[in-house]
Ligand binder design. Structure first.
Ligand code: GLV
Ligand code: MN
Ligand code: MN
Length: 416
């Protein structure tokens, strides 16, 4: 049987291989339903088949591998994470969860072990939302909660979501995308291994931690519409500069968020029109991401940001457009599954640290269908959404050991 170290080394190699399947040379960018995604999917599908899984794609292009349990009628435990990435991404965000789940199934297959439940492993097609600015499209489709009104949204090349799904070999039929893959009673839960993407585990010198809850999140797009004009002739007092309004707003966002403990708010995208050095900016579109563990405080902050944006606009005679495009509440991990992960960490020989997640995960949406739990793996410097993302092979070996113990504990005592 493969040692834990050998399995962890395989995971590291696979993360390196998958990092090469990118839309951009020299850096990792893998959006929903692209050729780069197809190459990553096909690599994973091959490893799934070799690990004794049956493999299929669902309507939106999630890749699903099934490892049967002792009996065909058994309930299923879902394991997984996402294969898409942000722009210029690290190689572990999402991918580590997929490859760790795969390693655990491989190790069962190698010993010809069948569990009293089936494992369905999901490599989600879209979590980050890079291509269409809507996160969680993969988990939305698989849980039958997909907002079919967005099928007409287009990417930078004018390709709609429906067209992208079709081109990838999927089925954009709204009814199909609104049908959950499983019934609640057929599932034991959904578990996701993920890099922490923060510094807490490193601070505590721990390889892994158990997640308690995942912070709620708003995604907003807003724009300021002023008036374009000549940079040399329009006096400062007469300008309606949309970029200056946006700059003032960004400063307000930072200032208010710094004042409220636990609140994080980010303007990550700015597009300036016409974007010419000798033209006063007439139109600016911004993204705004707002998160807090406490849903009421998140909503309150959002309202404050909106009020301040409105005020900045009216003081400068600039029109504001504000759209809340996505809102997810804080979700708790299921106490019974959290407890099993805690026990598994103890059995693997490590102290238990339970911590919340500031990042969003596929588990957020899966929680609408079934119980969820997550295991975090330490990453260097807490750095993520950055090519410098780094994990240690020894920590990955601990994650495999913990997930294996978790799987075993579900075998011993059915019903959670
Ligand atoms: C996903 O990575 C998110 O938290 O935005
Ligand atoms: Mn991410
Ligand atoms: Mn992720």
């Amino acid at each position: 049987m493969m040692t834990l170290d050998a399995s962890a080394a395989t995971i590291m190699e696979r993360c390196d291989i998958l990092a090469c399947y990118s839309e951009e040379s020299g850096r990792l960018t893998r959006r929903f339903a692209t050729r780069a995604m197809r190459l990553a999917d096909e690599a994973i599908a091959g490893w799934m088949r070799a690990a004794g899984m049956s493999v299929q794609y669902d309507a939106i292009g999630n890749l699903i591998g099934r490892y049967e349990g002792e009996s065909a009628a058994a309930q299923a435990l879902l394991l997984g994470s996402h294969l898409d990435s942000v722009r210029d991404a690290g190689r572990y965000d999402g991918i580590l969860g997929v490859t760790t789940a795969l390693a655990c199934v491989e190790r069962l297959h190698e010993r010809s072990v069948r569990l009293p439940y089936a494992i369905e492993m999901i490599a989600f097609a879209d979590e980050e939302g890079l291509r269409y600015h809507r996160a969680y499209m993969g988990s939305r489709a698989i849980t039958g909660t997909f907002n079919v009104d967005i099928l007409r949204l287009t990417d930078v090349d004018g390709i709609s979501i429906a067209e992208a799904i079709r081109a990838y070999g999927g089925n954009p039929d709204p009814q199909v995308l609104r049908t959950p893959r499983w019934r609640r009673e057929d599932l034991l839960g959904y578990c996701e291994v993920h890099i922490e993407q923060g510094p807490v585990l490193e601070t505590h010198d721990l390889p892994v931690g158990v997640v308690s809850a995942i912070a709620g999140q708003d995604r907003i797009t807003l724009s300021f519409a002023g008036e374009a004009g000549h940079a040399g002739t329009v006096p400062m007092a007469l300008r309606r500069d949309a970029l200056c309004a946006a700059a003032e707003f960004m400063f307000v966002v930072e200032t208010l968020a710094r004042r409220q403990p636990g609140l994080v708010a980010t303007v990550g995208q700015v597009s300036v029109q016409p974007g010419v050095s000798n033209v006063i900016p007439g139109q600016v579109a911004l993204s705004l991401d707002v998160r807090h563990q406490d849903d009421a405080l998140r909503k309150k902050a959002r309202e404050q940001f909106y009020e301040r944006a409105r005020k900045i606009g009216s003081q400068r005679n600039i029109a504001l457009d504000w759209q809340l495009i996505q809102e997810t509440p804080t979700v708790s991990c299921a106490p019974a599954l959290v407890q099993r992960f805690e026990q598994a960490v103890v059995e693997a020989g490590y102290p238990v640290l339970v911590l919340p997640s500031g990042a969003g995960h596929d588990a957020v949406v899966m929680s609408e269908l079934t119980d969820i739990a997550m295991l975090f793996v330490r990453c260097r410097g807490g750095i993520s959404h950055n090519p410098a993302e780094s994990v240690q092979q020894e920590d990955v070996a601990v994650a495999i050991a913990v997930l294996e113990r978790f799987l075993a504990s579900l075998s011993e005592k059915r019903g959670i």
